[in-house]
Design a protein around this ligand. Structure first.
Ligand code: F6R
Length: 242
């Protein structure tokens, strides 16, 4: 694991965007695995800025998002397709047909997940997977459990995840209870992984991810076993890991 200590969230975002941008420059047909949530928004801001400046070209890039809620319409403002359009896709020249997210409207979970796993495989696999870290150690929507899930699957969200995500919804009852997500195995098959972590409230869990045992009870701890992981964290997030 390579760990970069960033002074603050803005520096973390700039560093993350430079790693993503370098991938796009060195491999214009790369497959980027993308994440939603608050943490990557700053990095997406830099990518949009560098695109406007003519420094990046996304015309041949493909993207695979980690996850989406089951049952939310693609134009629902809390859905992840909407999030990605608003925070990145609408302001860069990635082709809509090259952007992929699990099909939230597919009611058959088995089909939604096997279709998504196949789309990832047929793309040649993810070159660089961007991740955020949940308060309970989740990555994608892989919640703490007894096993590491190998493939895309449907999950019932942990109460703490519903709690953390209700800030995006009008009422806690509106947070969907299920989601489709890449599995831990899907994530681990990415050639490179970039984990972003910001804020004091993630310092305890980040310490477990970096220094604790590899266990499905802390899903992100599995990243210790990946050969090419970069963590960019701000000083607050790293305060317990030193
Ligand atoms: C988002 C995702 C989640 C988030 C995690 C952290 O697509 O899969 O695992 O990365 O919940 O969220 P934030 O960044 O909002 O703290």
């Amino acid at each position: 694991m390579k760990i970069y200590r960033a002074k603050n969230y803005d520096k973390l975002s700039e560093k993350a965007a430079s790693i993503l941008g370098a991938e796009v420059i060195s491999n214009p047909e790369c497959v980027l695995g993308l994440a939603t949530g608050s943490t990557p928004v700053g990095a997406y801001g830099y990518l949009k800025k560098w695109y406007r400046m003519g420094l990046l070209d996304f015309s041949r890039v493909k993207s695979m998002n980690l996850d989406d809620y089951k049952g939310l319409e693609p134009d629902n403002e809390q859905g992840y397709y909407y999030f990605m359009r608003k925070n990145l896709f609408c302001d860069i020249n990635i082709k809509p047909e090259n952007t992929h997210i699990p099909d939230s409207m597919e009611p058959d979970s088995e089909k939604a997940c096997s279709d998504y796993e196949r789309i990832i495989e047929e793309s040649g696999g993810v070159d660089l997977q961007l991740l955020g870290l949940g308060h309970n150690g989740h990555i994608g929507f892989n919640e703490p459990g007894e096993i590491f899930e190998k493939k895309c699957h449907c999950v019932t969200l942990a109460a703490s995840t519903v709690e953390a995500n209700k800030r995006f919804f009008e009422r806690a009852e509106d947070v969907p209870s299920q989601a489709y997500t890449m599995g831990i195995g899907t994530i681990m098959r990415a050639r490179k992984i970039l984990l972003l972590v910001s804020g004091k409230e993630k310092s305890g869990i980040l310490n477990q991810v970096i220094n604790g045992p590899v266990t499905p009870k802390v899903p992100a701890s599995v990243l210790q076993l990946h050969p090419n992981v970069t963590i960019i964290a701000d000083e607050d997030a790293l305060s317990e890991a030193d």
